[in-house]
Design a protein around this ligand. Structure first.
Ligand code: 4NP
Length: 203
């Protein structure tokens, strides 16, 4: 991905829209993603075996359904390195199966600083993830908290709770939270497939 070609000017929705009230730290990239220069979205949690792999697969599936997956480059990672190379937690795979979600995953740790250059949106699941990313040097203008996309008016933005020490019900709850946030993110990004509409973003 060629970072230098990305025009970053004013935050998207900065002027005269219903999103005008949103603070700049939760604004969206302004460039128009294309197949050649897709929007990079990196979902981040602690272990990269529960929440962020589900977020990544839900987001990709929803984007595919909307016909805009080709405009996105999506990945996930953990701030911790305990599970590098592992598959997802069996309970995450199980909830994906229950919901009929195509699911693939191999865990990895965040790459510093490469991930902070290569991804346009770096989306933490909880406040601690975002704090860790900030401490590692993630640029503030790319950092987001997942549930802002579904609950932008709540302050502080609620978290996607860590289900690792929980049970199947916790994973179902996390799935529902992620599903809503992914839908909100895709709504907010307002992507249009090149084949359907050219490369213009519509307001
Ligand atoms: P995740 O959950 O951050 O949603 O992947 C966790 C998975 C593993 C650990 C902690 C959280 N762990 O400590 O190994």
């Amino acid at each position: 991905m060629i970072r230098q070609s990305c025009a970053r000017t004013e935050p998207a929705y900065a002027l005269g829209t219903t999103m005008n009230h949103r603070p700049s730290h939760v604004s969206l990239p302004t460039f128009t993603p294309t197949k050649e220069r897709p929007l990079g979205v990196l979902f981040v949690c602690l272990g990269n075996i529960c929440r962020s792999p589900l977020a990544r697969n839900i987001f990709e599936h929803s984007a595919r359904t909307r016909g805009v997956l080709e405009l996105l480059r999506v990945d996930s990672c953990g701030t911790g390195g305990w599970h590098i190379g592992d598959p997802a937690d069996p309970r995450a795979e199980a909830v994906a199966r229950r919901r009929g979600l195509p699911f693939r995953h191999v865990a990895r740790q965040v790459r510093v600083p490469e991930d902070f250059r290569e991804f346009d949106l770096i989306v933490g699941m909880d406040h601690s993830n975002v704090q860790t990313l900030r401490r590692l040097g993630a640029p503030e203008d790319r950092l987001r908290l997942m549930r802002w996309f579904s609950e932008p008016d709540r302050a502080p933005t609620p978290e996607v709770p860590d289900p690792y020490t929980g049970d199947d019900r916790d994973f179902d709850h996390v799935y529902d939270l992620l599903d809503r946030a992914c839908a909100g993110m895709l709504d907010a990004l307002n992507l249009r497939s090149e084949s359907a509409s050219g490369s213009e973003r519509h307001a």
